[in-house]
Design a binder for this molecule. Structure first.
Ligand code: GLC
Ligand code: MG
Length: 424
């Protein structure tokens, strides 16, 4: 989070299952739309926070299954674990806060007395979270019985019911809302409170997020009954919270527009993608659009025209070079020429391309370096190459620029698989 010089323009704090990630959409359409929007227009000055009920183990599993971005901050295990960056460095301060007034053994002793509680898997039992399954019909009784028992033992805990099945027991000071409040306080103390914060959720454990002062909130269209009911009882008058008309990530995009938090047209929403509509030259936006065009060409979703090849060539400098991870160099124009025959070669097959961690630095008055992780998903699995692009903009002409140099390196372990990979 020290990545930004100033306060974040927008901090999105989003739940994952059935909020950012739509498990009913195998194509991941809205997630990919969100990714392209975030990387092209927000990554450089905003913060992405994932807040999930999953343990780090199940969170990593989800990341390997779905085309998810790397968040700046990851909050796992229902707000009991806060970590930073891709390497997920834990926030020790938060651990200390939660250690106060928490006795896991008392939780285990009391819950063992209720046969309606079925233990969740071992991975989901965490230092500050004990989790069970409870049938919907028993939930209310179980919760009040547990509350009495804990009170008698002098333990102040939080009991959260989500998705009509999951029951989590946490320290009273934990939860997704408290974790967010802790982060906001930290940002404020560091002199960088986000300008706007948008929280996004679909189920019971997300309710707390919506009660944090001053945040905007979106309950996605597919939100669970328990969240909608919480909203009706506690936050009905709050005009900063909406129930979106779109599912999952499309609901998040909708909320960005509804609250006027910034642009909400994803590069994936346009068909004439190579035409630049921005007033200022934005290298991330150009690079994201370039790869969407590449994906569409191979999926036969772009029009098959020489014009498109010509436009692609036009944005590649005549002396531009691409360096393949194997070390082989090609002229950029040569690479674009190889596009042609591959039109539609991925039609009807699994093929998606998305960029993660797009970072731009201006290195001269008209030149820019753009670095990113390029992910490609095919029927053979997915792989990532670290890519650096050098490009030049044309002063006074926002749409005009040229690619000078493209350099890719493989992520460790992928080398063998990608020998015949495309240059882009
Ligand atoms: C996730 C976690 C589970 C938890 C549930 C609701 O599914 O894996 O342990 O009970 O979220 O918070
Ligand atoms: Mg959810």
């Amino acid at each position: 989070m020290d990545r930004l010089d100033g306060p974040a323009r927008l901090m999105i704090v989003s739940d994952l299952d059935h909020t950012m990630v739509d498990h009913h959409d195998p194509e991941n359409t809205s997630l990919l739309r969100f990714n392209a929007l975030w990387e092209s227009l927000y990554r450089h000055d905003s913060l992405l926070v994932f807040s999930t009920g999953r343990s780090p183990t199940l969170y990593k599993q989800l990341r390997s299954e779905k085309p998810m971005l790397t968040p700046d901050i990851t909050i796992t295990s229902v707000g009991t674990e806060i970590t930073y960056g891709d390497s997920m460095v834990p926030d020790e301060g938060w651990v200390n806060v939660l250690n106060q007034k928490w006795d896991r053994n008392v939780v285990l002793e009391e819950t063992a007395k209720l046969p309606q509680l079925k233990f969740q898997s071992e991975t989901e039992q965490r230092p500050h979270k004990v989790s069970f399954y409870v049938e919907k019909g028993h939930a209310q009784d179980v919760i009040s019985s547990l509350s009495d028992r804990f009170e008698k033992r002098g333990l102040d805990v939080k009991i959260i019911y989500s998705g009509g099945i999951d029951l989590d027991i946490l320290p009273q000071g934990a939860g997704k809302g408290q974790a967010l409040a802790y982060l906001l306080k930290k940002f404020k103390e560091g002199g960088k409170p986000p300008i706007n914060t948008l929280v996004c959720g679909d189920s019971g454990n997300d309710a707390e997020l919506f009660s944090i002062p001053d945040v905007y909130g979106v309950m996605v269209s597919n939100a669970q009954e328990e969240l909608l009911q919480w909203h009706a009882e506690h936050a009905k008058e709050n005009t900063k919270i909406i129930h979106a008309s779109n599912r999952c990530a499309a609901g998040i995009i909708e909320a960005i527009g509804h609250f006027g938090l910034g642009p909400n047209t994803s590069p994936r929403d346009s068909s004439d993608i190579l035409v630049s509509k921005l007033d200022n030259f934005n290298p991330s936006h150009e690079v994201v659009k370039f790869y969407i065009t590449y994906e569409r060409w191979r999926r036969a979703e772009a029009e098959k025209s020489d014009l498109l090849i010509q436009s692609l060539k036009h944005i590649c400098h005549p002396t531009g070079i691409a360096v393949h991870p194997s070390g082989v160099e090609h002229s950029l124009h040569e690479c674009i020429d190889t596009f042609g025959p591959h039109y539609g070669d991925k039609q009807g097959k699994q093929f998606r391309v998305w960029l993660d961690r797009v970072f731009t630095s201006q290195i001269g008055s008209t030149s820019w370096l753009v670095k990113f992780d390029k992910w490609e998903l095919t029927d053979d699995g997915r792989h990532c190459s670290l890519t650096t692009i050098l490009l030049n903009s044309e002063p006074g002409n926002p749409g005009a620029f040229s690619l000078l140099h493209v350099h890719q390196t493989w992520l460790e372990g992928f080398a063998a698989r990608c020998q015949n990979d495309w240059i882009f």
